[in-house]
Design a protein around this ligand. Structure first.
Ligand SMILES: *Cc1c(COP(=O)(O)O)cnc(C)c1O
Length: 413
């Protein structure tokens, strides 16, 4: 373990080419922020940008700003900054609604493209909203539609002639287990099924190449590794080849080819805008638009190598220093199979996480017994990881987490 001393970590930080990018984030002093996979921190410049949108564009510009500040194209302008992070062309991505709503639109559209088939296939333990939305969609469609779930390891062999769409989250929100988009998409296509990828826990954290993978549809979150702020709008991707035929059920006026003609009949936009529904929340979209500048000039391959190094370091230190406290690893040890967070288990995970947060190490608790740590290479360094594990070790040694104040649950965990 000598190789992972504090001095070793300091030496890694000193030569880390991504270290300068922590200046792009406004993180409170004394905090080691390890929850960027739940709510990304505030990037520098976002407060000023949103203030400008409110004071100049809204207050002074009033309704003229739909044109003069180009609010009307803000979803596409924002999506153009997301496209390179997911290996898509700008005209294949737009910003709309929440991830939950986009899951519904994407899966419904996939069922419509594959109309003879009745199965929606996903995995047990997927992020709950993914399963709830698919259950809702199958119930709503009726006519024999059903949601089936099989473990992600068996997913490709479970695809049959009846599988219309497979819905998978690339990086699992608890375990961080990471799926191979290209391999699974290929296997699904070989059986005539389409795939909707949920990229909520991967966009901005791991390199993604949807076009190279021949992907069909994808959705993802704006407020996690993209740092767009609480409840930021989500994105939706449709491969260019599907765009001319794709139909989505929430055919609102912003998906119309000429929304300002105000005609009765719905005619979808010929391109990605057909995935839009109603008016974009301009304040939220503006925050995300500006936040995406944090990725300017950043190569996702170097983000990935640092993410692997930091998660490897976290895992090695946790195993060496925490296993004696019955804290176990719930994340793949093989880095090729791991996204950018690490989860540990302990039966008192909730209280332990509260004690950690009090000490400035902000991760989160996931039911029933997970301590989850988002490891974002743009603002975390090697010494941060070292210190987080040291503090966790101190909490376990002192047993301070047993105190009553750490055992009271809030509404959001
Ligand atoms: C965070 C997350 C969501 C969030 O959905 P919302 O509609 O934004 O609440 C959905 N799916 C996955 C896999 C997530 O990680």
């Amino acid at each position: 373990m000598t190789e992972f001393s504090q001095d070793w970590c300091a030496a890694q930080d000193a030569k880390d080419p991504l270290r300068v990018y922590r200046n792009r984030f406004d993180i409170p002093k004394g905090v080691i922020y390890m929850d960027g996979n739940s709510l990304g921190p505030l990037p520098v410049g976002v407060s000023e940008h949103v203030a400008k949108v409110v004071d100049q564009e809204w207050r002074d510009g009033l309704v003229k700003s739909w044109n003069e500040a180009d609010w009307v194209n803000l979803p596409e302008r924002t999506a153009a900054k997301i496209a390179p992070l997911i290996g898509a062309e700008a005209h294949e991505v737009t910003l709309a609604d929440s991830t939950s709503v986009n899951l519904f639109k994407a899966a419904a559209a996939a069922c419509k493209l594959n109309p003879k088939r009745r199965q929606i296939l996903s995995e047990p333990g997927n992020f709950p909203t993914d399963l709830y939305m698919m259950e809702g969609l199958a119930n709503f469609l009726g006519d024999g539609y059903k949601l089936d779930t099989v473990p992600r390891t068996d997913i490709t062999s479970a695809i049959t002639e009846d599988t219309a769409v497979v819905l998978l989250t690339q990086v699992h929100y608890i375990t961080a287990d990471m799926l191979n988009i290209a391999a699974i998409t290929k296997a699904a296509h070989a059986k005539g099924a389409l795939v909707v990828w949920d990229l909520s826990h991967s966009t901005g954290a791991v390199p993604i190449d949807l076009n190279a993978a021949d992907a069909d549809l994808a959705v993802g979150c704006g407020y996690k590794y993209l740092n767009g702020g609480p409840g930021a709008p989500a994105f939706i991707y449709v491969a260019a080849r599907h765009l001319p035929k794709i139909q989505q059920p929430l055919s609102g006026w912003f998906g119309h080819q000429a929304p300002f003609d105000f005609i009765d009949a719905y005619k979808p936009d010929p391109g990605i805008k057909r995935m839009l529904t109603g008016t974009t929340g301009i304040l939220g979209a503006s925050a995300l638009f500006k936040a995406l500048d944090a990725f300017d000039g950043i190569d996702m391959a170097s983000v990935r190598s640092k993410s692997v190094a930091l998660t490897d370091l976290f895992i090695s230190l946790a195993e060496a220093k925490l296993s004696k406290f019955d804290i176990e690893l719930a994340t793949p040890k093989n880095s090729a199979q791991r996204g950018s967070h690490v989860s540990l288990t302990h039966k008192n995970a909730y209280a332990i996480m509260q004690a950690l947060i009090e000490r400035g190490v902000i991760g989160d608790f996931r039911a029933p017994n997970y301590l989850r740590f988002g490891i974002t290479p743009l603002y975390l360094g090697y010494c941060d990881i070292f210190q987080a594990i040291e503090i966790l070790q101190e909490i376990m040694e002192s047993g301070i987490w047993r105190e009553a104040r750490f055992n009271e649950k809030s509404a959001v965990t």
